[in-house]
Design a protein around this ligand. Sequence first.
Ligand code: HAM
Length: 418
Amino acid sequence: MQSPRGTKDIFPLQSKAWRETEQKMADAARSFGYGEIRIPIFEHTGVFARAIGEETDIVGKEMYTFVDRGGDSMTLRPEFTAGVIRAAAQHSILGQSPLHRFWYCGPLFRYERPQKGRFRQFHQFGAECIGADSPESDAEIILLARQCLIAAGINGFRLQINTLGNSESRAAYRARLSDFLQSVAERLSDESRRRMERNPLRVLDSKDERDREALVNAPSLTDFLDLESKVHFELVLKILDSQGIPYEIHSRLVRGLDYYSHTVFEFIGDSLGSQDALGGGGRYNNMFEYFGAKSAPAVGFSLGMERIMLTLEQQSPVLYSPERPDVSLIALGEESVNTVWKYADVLRAEGLSVITDVLGRSMKSLMKEADKFSIPVVLIVGENELAAGTVILRDMRNGGQRECPSNKIVAAIREIIG
Ligand code: HAM
């Protein structure tokens, strides 16, 4: 049996790097006043279908949907945002206070064609700022996303930003774009011809060379923005400028989910290849209504953990150094075993990582193991030490060895490992 296509097994060497990286990003989120939200891994299918949009690739062809034993249609979450807003609406949190700042981290599921940086089970770290529609909240989210990448240790990424304007601006543009696409339809790729009908804006960010050529003279959304939309975007950019945050305005950035209006952005990793978006996000002001709640604005971002870890594997190999125990405890003879286990208990309570032998191996092979895995200290208890209430401590880095009273073990080990 093999794992399903597009999934990954993560062993301790990698999981340690993942955990440390997630912690750094959680610390960054906390430093911006965000608290963690945990939501179900599956939701009623309607949560995603309505919020993300029936016409998107995610809803149209990528969701893991099943009928549960009670006959309800359920879907493994393909993203967090819809579930977070479902939770916010269900618990009427905006009735308690006007603004909520959440971060989240966990697995997601999309039936996509797997390739480097693209999986069917993947993970995101992200945040949502719920209740504000100010340019300041857009800027805060962008600053936090950027801070998470910096805290994780990512070098070499670019911020691309665009505005989709409000829904009136977008509707006017959509109509004009559809006309334009009809006029160049025979030059478009099959995929874009299909998209043209359902979701014309998505044709804009096609990477296909044929599409790019056909789209050279496409109308620009910028020309359709009304004053409100323009002012909002300018204010976001002004804050980024004042904070010295570099960005590129990318007028064809539309993102793959239908819920956005106004600001959208992506962080592009320089060393990722074709799946180069480290993360993305934007403003969405109409999602609460999908869940039968009073309308409320929100803005957020999500970063792809696999792409972050892929980048760190290249940029930060030290993150992937193995986690080694501090002490290997060796019992020489049956009688010492219980005492060694008691010492292990004491050392673990002191926060040290210690191992005892569970394979009945000889002293020689245990010493070899300690050497191989760079365990800095070996503690040995034989008949003599048992009688004297002492242990032998061996400093594996210089081979030095000494006897130590059992009530001084912790201090002596700390002295060795520094
Ligand atoms: P998204 O662009 O669909 O946005 O996903 C965000 C990031 O998740 C991507 O840039 C990428 O790094 C990662 N990602 C997406 N799909 C995969 C995959 N199949 N395999 C590996 N990584 C993947 C959202 O999900 C929105 N919820 C972001 C957002 C939050 N907007 C507002 N708030």
